[in-house]
Design a protein around this ligand. Structure first.
Ligand SMILES: NC(=O)c1ccc[n+]([C@@H]2O[C@H](COP(=O)([O-])OP(=O)(O)OC[C@H]3O[C@@H](n4cnc5c(N)ncnc54)[C@H](OP(=O)(O)O)[C@@H]3O)[C@@H](O)[C@H]2O)c1
Length: 269
């Protein structure tokens, strides 16, 4: 598979490195365009991929063109690439909030996959939700699935609005867990634990709990009940969380992110 990355930042690098690891492509089959000279040098040296500052040069002759620039650079990049893509090329966009219609109109192109990955993609532990236009062939859907599968799990959806929902849950989700780790570490320190120990206890508890949910096959609510004896310490902590409206607060946060994702998508049309 010959792949171009327009934007060789964090996500672009995570994807190309996983693609090479999984041997989906050889280094000489990957081209990366980036405005930053330092970034181009770094990627060429570390991965042996072709680099250029010219987006049009990068996409020439590639099967898949991954758009991995920031949302604020999308308009200028689309202006430069509009009408330059061959109808048979697949565009795979991971740009948050860039809707299929925006990409279709801006690029004058039909074969588009829109995906929403998340940051754990950087270590192959991401999850991406993606959708495709009708013009994307079965073979190209297979490419999208294997590229996104290289950075973690992937789920195809037919309805684009699921991408906005996924943005609010898995796209922004790592930040929710990072925040929970931060506040739990801070709370642990407030009751007297040293920072290093607090960090270790919180991190291992988070990882262990995640693995336990997966491996036990039990519902999280059941596992929660199993650690909560009546009148005990966990029950006391959960009571405080309930009194503070924890579940409602999380629901409001996710609703807010979802509404924002839809608004951003509308605004960029
Ligand atoms: N990070 C995540 O977890 C995550 C999750 C889901 C989706 N995404 C999406 O992934 C996209 C990329 O995110 P990122 O974190 O990888 O961003 P990033 O690290 O800033 O990478 C973007 C790269 O593109 C370069 N660039 C800017 N303008 C360009 C242009 N006109 N032509 C070519 N390259 C250009 C940037 O260079 P300069 O830095 O010099 O401007 C930078 O190296 C975003 O749209 C984001 O919404 C990210």
């Amino acid at each position: 598979m010959k792949i171009a990355f327009v934007g060789g930042g964090n996500m672009g690098e995570a994807m190309l490195s996983a693609i090479l690891d999984k041997k989906l492509s050889q280094p000489q089959d990957i081209s990366v365009s980036d405005v930053s000279e330092a970034r181009r040098q770094f990627l060429a040296q570390k991965y042996g991929v072709l680099t250029t500052s010219d987006n049009r040069q990068a996409i020439a002759g590639r099967d898949v063109v991954v758009l991995s620039i920031k949302p604020q650079n999308l308009a200028e990049v689309m202006t430069g690439l509009s009408g330059q893509l061959k109808p048979s090329q697949l565009v795979l966009s991971i740009i948050a909030g860039a809707t299929i219609i925006t990409l279709h109109n801006g690029l004058k192109h039909n074969r588009i996959v829109r995906a929403m990955p998340n940051t754990p993609a950087q270590i192959g532990e991401g999850i991406s939700v993606w959708t495709a236009t009708d013009a994307v062939t079965k073979k190209q859907r297979g490419w999208a699935s294997s590229i996104l599968g290289a950075i973690g799990k992937e789920i195809y959806v037919a309805d684009e609005d699921y991408i906005n929902m996924a943005t609010a849950v898995s796209g922004s989700g790592p930040a929710y867990f990072f925040l929970f780790v931060e506040v739990l570490v801070a709370a642990a320190m407030r009751i007297g634990l040293p920072r290093d120990m607090a960090q270790e206890l919180v991190l291992q508890t988070m990882l262990g709990s995640g693995h336990l949910i997966r491996k036990s096959g039990k519902e999280p609510a059941e596992l929660r009940r199993m650690v909560t004896s009546p009148g005990g310490t966990t029950a006391e902590a959960l009571l405080q969380l309930e009194k503070g409206g924890f579940a409602n607060l999380v629901a409001r946060a996710v609703r807010g992110a979802y509404d924002k994702a839809r608004q951003l998508g509308e605004a960029r049309k």
